[in-house]
Design a binder for this molecule. Sequence first.
Ligand SMILES: NC(=O)c1ccc[n+]([C@@H]2O[C@H](COP(=O)([O-])OP(=O)(O)OC[C@H]3O[C@@H](n4cnc5c(N)ncnc54)[C@H](OP(=O)(O)O)[C@@H]3O)[C@@H](O)[C@H]2O)c1
Length: 183
Amino acid sequence: MAVKNIDTILILGATSGLGEAFTHYFHSQGKKVLAAGCNVDKLASLKSELKGLETFRIDVEDIANLDTNLKNVIKEFPGLDSVFVFPSIMNFFSFKDPGSSTEKDISSEVTTNLTAPILIARTVVPLLLPLNRPATLITVSSGLRYIPVPIYPVYVTTKAGIRSSLEKCLIYYEGEKSPEKGE
Ligand SMILES: NC(=O)c1ccc[n+]([C@@H]2O[C@H](COP(=O)([O-])OP(=O)(O)OC[C@H]3O[C@@H](n4cnc5c(N)ncnc54)[C@H](OP(=O)(O)O)[C@@H]3O)[C@@H](O)[C@H]2O)c1
């Protein structure tokens, strides 16, 4: 990833953690930053803190509306050249105690960590590839994918899926020009 190639960036999961840190970083570099997340209070606070920041409420678990929500952003900012995907859930539970998790917990974790990045790539890749300049799509795995940590059984599985399949698919497009892959 070359920062000089990034002019307008959409950061999904911008309201805390790495997403928030990258939002501050790219804004400090003078880039046009489109910050998206679920926490509307945090989005409002980022917008008031960072002049020129654009904010969008996008819940990536809302997969029925994800394609439309992304396309609405891209329609408003056709210069978008980069998308970073940070939303993540890391539930702590054990299969030894089924009561430590619910079906909803597991479904939400898989949807947020794996299904949503796949759907985001499906929407974004065809829009980035025709750009007449470098483009970047970053999804995030984790070193924990190598370790069968029994207290994070869904997290490590989704992160292995991102790394072993989605990111390898994205690498395929590098030969055509972009998007770049990353971890
Ligand atoms: N931090 C590390 O050391 C590390 C190491 C390896 C990999 N990673 C990966 O890096 C990425 C970011 O990690 P992090 O440490 O910054 O995680 P984090 O602090 O837990 O932040 C996760 C972000 O995802 C957002 N999010 C959760 N569900 C969402 C949804 N349905 N729609 C939109 N946003 C949603 C959260 O929003 P809220 O603000 O509402 O909570 C939060 O902004 C993750 O993919 C993680 O697996 C991190």
